[in-house]
Ligand binder design. Structure first.
Ligand SMILES: [Zn+2]
Length: 224
């Protein structure tokens, strides 16, 4: 098989999966952000309640601009929610807010995969910035050693891409359990939370699939 065929077989599907994942999170979020929870509690209040129940203290909940920019910042112990989810009372807003609170709980209890993810962030950032130059340089100068080094780095990065998966699924699991447990939502409202969080988690799965396909592609290219 030539390089182009390999590209078509391996890379094009991952581009489609990635686009589908983006479409899925956007459409799912847009659907459930329109469905208010009956309790009328805001995302900020929900995150606060979930953390308080778990004994997490000293984490500031702050509002940020942008769409789905929500995240937990372990370095500064800040739970950052987009305006829509900070003020919103929708099932999507509660799901996202409680999910981020789930990360704060993971941080507090010393959840191993979260610790690994935090430790690997600087390594991964540097490696993924260097990598394209290493590989392109290797192909350009026909330096097999350099290409092999690039592939090795890519292999490590791909393995690292697995780490967010348990972290994300665990945060969502905690979110669903606590939202119902505390009584912020009722059991029948869980579907909106679940759909939103599953769609969000799928973007991480898609990123891993993409990495894996690129890795296989690189390995096959260097084998020839
Ligand atoms: Zn998350």
């Amino acid at each position: 098989m030539d390089g182009m065929t390999l590209f078509l077989i391996l890379i094009i599907p991952t581009i489609i999966i990635g686009a589908y994942a983006q479409h899925k999170i956007t459409s799912t979020y847009n659907k459930w952000v329109k469905v208010p929870s009956r309790g009328g509690i805001t995302g900020r209040e929900a995150a606060d309640a979930v953390m308080r129940k778990a004994g997490v203290h000293g984490v500031d909940i702050v509002e940020t601009r942008g769409h789905l920019t929500d995240h937990y910042d372990p370095m500064n112990k800040r739970l950052v929610l987009s305006s829509e989810n900070f003020h919103g009372t929708s099932l999507a807003a509660l799901g996202v807010a409680a999910h981020e609170a789930g990360h704060a709980i993971q941080h507090k209890v010393g959840y191993a995969a979260l610790k690994a993810r935090m430790a690997l962030v600087p390594v991964t950032n540097i490696a993924s910035q260097m990598l394209p130059f290493v590989i392109i340089g290797g192909f350009f100068f026909q330096m097999l050693g350099l290409i092999k080094l690039g592939v090795l780095v890519y292999l490590v990065l791909t393995i690292f891409q697995l780490i967010p998966l348990p972290v994300e699924f665990d945060a969502s699991r905690r979110a669903k359990k606590e939202l119902v447990g505390i009584g912020i939502i009722e059991q029948d409202e869980l579907v909106g939370v679940e759909k939103t969080l599953n769609a969000a988690a799928f973007t991480y799965v898609a990123a891993f699939i993409s990495s894996l396909a690129h890795l296989v592609w690189l390995i096959l290219l260097t084998r020839r």
